[in-house]
Structure formats: structure tokens, C-alpha cells
Design a protein around this ligand. Structure first.
Ligand code: NAD
Length: 299
């Protein structure tokens, strides 16, 4: 079995001072990539900052014989995002892989969620992924095999009590990933997303302790590494990954209901079973295929 290598590649990993991002950084470095380890070094809610966590991971990589530089930039600011990409260019001269992983939580029921709690979470997860990808994009295109891996969440795909801010950002990243894939296709850039389940400081209070050992971050990173590899076959997709299980998650469309001679509210009521039917399910390859489904129904 040939080993997947990343020699000559430069990878930026945001929020890589601990948890999932740290594991991604160690794995890619061990397989030959040069790494920018970004981490703001704040607490779980995004308060405070420290260059310690990013530097610790860099020290570990260097001790293992790899190459890495630390960056303490805040992904949620334009200056921070620019500094992250500049760190890659200054140290290694290129960017081939971007893993948008940085994240915080400000959980609160929707009724009690403040505007500040909403803004802070959207800023790090959604705006942060946008800003760093925006700064990295010309270099990813120049790479010829640019790879973006965005970190979504089951909470975004399925919703979660107390996470209106987080789930909105995480589902936003699914759309972001699909559009990056569409725009990157002709330029050799592929973008995919993961919806992980892993035991980290972010989930330490959520998972029962007996699952902690079975949900190691080392069971998420192999998928991220594959999605970052130049040989990855897919783009624009989202995969759930955790505990050794990996599955594609997709948006499906039911067979639907069509009435060509006008539509009333009562038509909707009386056809609800057909409208809500989930079988047979169609997964459209892109927006053109979805639009065609409407046009075909009119023929
Ligand atoms: P974590 O708290 O261990 O790691 C997140 C890292 O991001 C921290 O080191 C933090 O300092 C850094 N960070 C936060 N804000 C930043 C900013 N503005 N700029 C730069 N760095 C910043 O948590 P984790 O579980 O490893 O989470 C990694 C990603 O995976 C997050 O996006 C999270 O939402 C996502 N995720 C995790 C799980 C899970 O089960 N652990 C599930 C779904 C999604």
C-alpha cells in the first residue's frame, strides 16, 4: 500500500493549537507538508489570546523532524487572516492546503441569545473561513492543486438546541464549500467539508466519559488529510466523521408535486403527502441540475 505524502506542499491550519486542528497539523507534517500552525490561543468562548498553544504544536512538529511556523492571528479579522497567509508565504513561499478549523462556542437558547453572542460565533466560524480563504485563494489557484477543507458540524446540518449562532455558521460553511468547489473547479482547487464528532475541550462536557476514548481526534484527521491530498476525487461535499465512522451527507430532493394550471393554498394542503415525500430521493450534482428539475416538470 503506497503511503499518501504531502512533500513540497504547504498547509495552513487555523485553530491548530489544540484539539482537531493540532492533530491535523501533526499528521500532515509527519507526511511531509510544511505547516502554518495558526491559533489565537483564547478560551472556548473566544476570550483572551496567547501564542503558547500554536508555538507548542510547532515545537512538537520540529522535534519530530518536520517544518512549521506559528501564527497567532485572529481569523475573524482581515489583518489576522492576511497575517496567517503571509506567514506561509514568508516562511515557505506558497500555499497548497487550507484547513479552516478555528472555532468557539457561545451557546444560549435562541430566546436568550444576545447579538454579541450571535456575532462572535458567526465572526470566527463563517467570516473567519471566508477571510482566510479569500487571502489564500490566489495562492491556492497558483498551486495548481489547491485544497480547502472547511469544518462544519452535525449541529449545522441538523440543528441543535442552544446553537442558533453556531448551527447557522456551520450550515453556511456547507454552502460556502459548494460554491468554492464550483468556482475552483477550472483552477484545480477542490473544497470539501467535514462534520466531525470528537472528544476535545469543545465537547468534553457533552459526551459521556465512556465515549471519550472512542472519539479521539486521530479518528477524524485521516479524512481531513485525504480531503487535503492532491489525489482526492471529490469536491463540494460534506462528510460526517467520528469514532472511525465516515459517511457522506448530502442534500436530497424528493419527487415533488407539480400542478401546471395554477396553485391554490388548498392544492398545497390536499397534496401534502406528495410534496413532503422523501422517496425516491434525488441528489442533484449542482444548481443547474436542480433548476432543470423545475423546467422538466413544466414540460
Ligand atoms: P478546540 O476548542 O479544541 O479547538 C478550536 C481552536 O480554535 C482553539 O485552539 C482556539 O484557540 C482556536 N480559535 C478560536 N477562535 C480563533 C480565532 N478567532 N482565530 C484563530 N484561532 C481561533 O475545539 P475542536 O473540537 O478541536 O474544534 C475544531 C473545529 O471543529 C471547530 O470549528 C469546531 O466547531 C468543529 N467541530 C468540532 C466538533 C467536535 O466534536 N469536537 C464537532 C463539530 C464541529
Amino acid at each position: 500500500m503506497s503511503e499518501l505524502r504531502y512533500d513540497g506542499k504547504v498547509a495552513i491550519i487555523t485553530g491548530a493549537g489544540q484539539g482537531l486542528g493540532r492533530q491535523h497539523a501533526l499528521e500532515l507534517a509527519a507526511r511531509g507538508a510544511k505547516i502554518v500552525v495558526n491559533d489565537l490561543g483564547g478560551d472556548l468562548h473566544g476570550d483572551g489570546s496567547s501564542t503558547g498553544p500554536a508555538q507548542d504544536v510547532v515545537n512538537e512538529i520540529v522535534k519530530n523532524g518536520g517544518e512549521a511556523v506559528a501564527n497567532g492571528g485572529n481569523v475573524a479579522t482581515e489583518e489576522g487572516a492576511a497575517s496567517i497567509v503571509q506567514a506561509a508565504i514568508d516562511a515557505f513561499g506558497r500555499v497548497d492546503i487550507l484547513i479552516n478549523n478555528a472555532g468557539i462556542l457561545r451557546d444560549k437558547s435562541f430566546k436568550n441569545m444576545t447579538v454579541a453572542e450571535w456575532d462572535a460565533v458567526i465572526a470566527v466560524h463563517l467570516r473567519g473561513a471566508f477571510l482566510v480563504t479569500k487571502a489564500a485563494w490566489p495562492h491556492l489557484v497558483e498551486s495548481g492543486a489547491g485544497r480547502v477543507v472547511n469544518t462544519s458540524s452535525p449541529a449545522g446540518l441538523f440543528g441543535n438546541f442552544g446553537q442558533a449562532n453556531y448551527s447557522t455558521a456551520k450550515m453556511g460553511l456547507v454552502g460556502f464549500t459548494k460554491t468554492l468547489a464550483a468556482e475552483g473547479a477550472k483552477k484545480g482547487v477542490k473544497a470539501n467539508a467535514i462534520a466531525p464528532v470528537a472528544y476535545t475541550r469543545m465537547t468534553a462536557d457533552l459526551f459521556p466519559p465512556e465515549f471519550a476514548d472512542k472519539l479521539g481526534v486521530d479518528l477524524v484527521t485521516p479524512l481531513v488529510a485525504y480531503l487535503a491530498h492532491e489525489s482526492v476525487p471529490e469536491s463540494g461535499q460534506t462528510f460526517t466523521v467520528g469514532g472511525g465512522r465516515i459517511a457522506k451527507i448530502f442534500v436530497g430532493e424528493g419527487p415533488g408535486f407539480t400542478k401546471k394550471d395554477g396553485l391554490s393554498v388548498e392544492d398545497i394542503r390536499d397534496s401534502w403527502q406528495e410534496i413532503a415525500a422523501q422517496d425516491p430521493l434525488v441528489v442533484h450534482a449542482d444548481i443547474n441540475a436542480q433548476t432543470m428539475a423545475t423546467f422538466q416538470a413544466l414540460q
